[in-house]
Design a protein around this ligand. Structure first.
Ligand SMILES: [Zn+2]
Length: 252
C-alpha cells in the first residue's frame, strides 16, 4: 500500500514533470482514494481503459494521454461526463504524464522505441525542445529500410507505412513516437536517413520525397505503448505495488 500523495510525489520527481511545459496538466489529474494498493497503466484514459481498471479492482490509473488538453471544451458533458463519472463513482485516482513520459531518458516512449529499433549512440537532437522529443541514433551496420520496417512490424504486431526516398540501406535514424511526423524536417537537418514516427500527414510524404529522407509511420498507439508499460514495471519494482498494464487496442 502507498499513500496517493507519496505516489504522486514519487512520479512527479522521477519524470521531472514540473520542468517541462506541456499541453495538459501532468501528475494527478483526478483525485481518488487516499490509499493505493492496485495500479493500472495504459496508453490513454479512454472509457474502455477506465472500465477495465474498475474491473481489475484498481485504486489508481496512470496513463500517457490523460484529460484537460489545451483548447479542449471545458464543459463536463457527454463522453467527458461519463469518463469523470466512472472515476469519481469508484474513487479512482487518475495520473497522466504526457511529454515527461515521452522524453524520460530510460522509461520514456522515445527511449523505449530506440531500443526496439536497435539503435546505438542514442542522443537527443539538440535543436528541438523539450530535449528528448526528437531522438537520433545509428544502426551497427547499413540496413535496408525494408528490413527495418519488417522488423518493426514484427515487434509492434501491426503493419507500418514505409515511404522510401533515398539510399536503400541506412545507418542514421531519427525518431519521435506518437504524433511526431512534423519533426521530419528537423530529422533530415540532423542528418538522419530514416525518420520514424507514429502518425503520418499528407505533407509528410512530400517532405520525405523532397528532402530524400525515408519515413515510417508505425502507429501512434503502437509506438507509445512501451513508455507507460516500462513506467508501470518501474513502479512495481520501486514501490512493490501491484501494477497491471492494460492494452486497449487502437489501430491509429
Ligand atoms: Zn501521444
Amino acid at each position: 500500500m502507498i499513500l496517493r500523495e507519496q505516489l504522486v510525489q514519487f512520479l512527479n520527481q522521477e519524470l521531472q514533470s514540473d520542468k517541462i511545459r506541456d499541453y495538459c496538466p501532468n501528475g494527478l489529474q483526478v483525485e481518488g482514494k487516499a490509499q493505493i494498493t492496485k495500479l493500472v497503466t495504459g496508453v490513454t484514459a479512454s472509457q474502455a481503459l477506465l472500465d477495465a481498471a474498475v474491473k481489475a479492482g484498481a485504486d489508481a490509473i496512470v496513463v500517457h494521454h490523460g484529460y484537460f488538453w489545451k483548447g479542449e471544451a471545458a464543459e463536463v458533458t457527454g463522453m467527458k461526463k461519463r469518463r469523470l463519472q466512472t472515476l469519481l463513482k469508484h474513487d479512482l485516482n487518475l495520473l497522466a504524464y504526457h511529454l515527461p513520459l515521452d522524453v524520460h531518458p530510460t522509461l520514456g516512449n522515445n527511449a523505449q522505441l530506440g531500443a526496439l529499433l536497435r539503435a546505438e549512440n542514442i542522443s537527443a537532437v539538440s535543436q528541438v525542445e523539450p530535449l528528448g522529443v526528437l531522438m537520433q541514433g545509428a544502426l551497427a551496420e547499413p540496413t535496408p529500410v525494408q528490413r527495418i520496417a519488417s522488423r518493426l512490424e514484427q515487434t509492434l504486431g501491426r503493419q507500418v507505412l514505409l515511404h522510401q526516398a533515398g539510399d536503400t540501406a541506412v545507418t542514421k535514424l531519427a525518431w519521435c513516437t506518437g504524433g511526431g511526423q512534423g519533426y521530419i524536417e528537423q530529422a533530415a537537418a540532423a542528418g538522419a536517413q530514416l525518420f520514424i514516427s507514429g502518425e503520418v500527414s499528407e505533407q509528410t510524404i512530400h517532405v520525405s520525397r523532397e528532402l530524400g529522407i525515408h519515413f515510417i509511420a508505425a502507429g501512434h498507439h503502437a509506438t507509445e505503448r512501451y513508455g507507460i508499460k516500462a513506467l508501470g514495471e518501474f513502479i512495481a519494482r520501486q514501490l512493490t505495488l501491484d501494477v497491471e498494464f492494460i492494452d486497449i487496442d487502437n489501430p491509429a
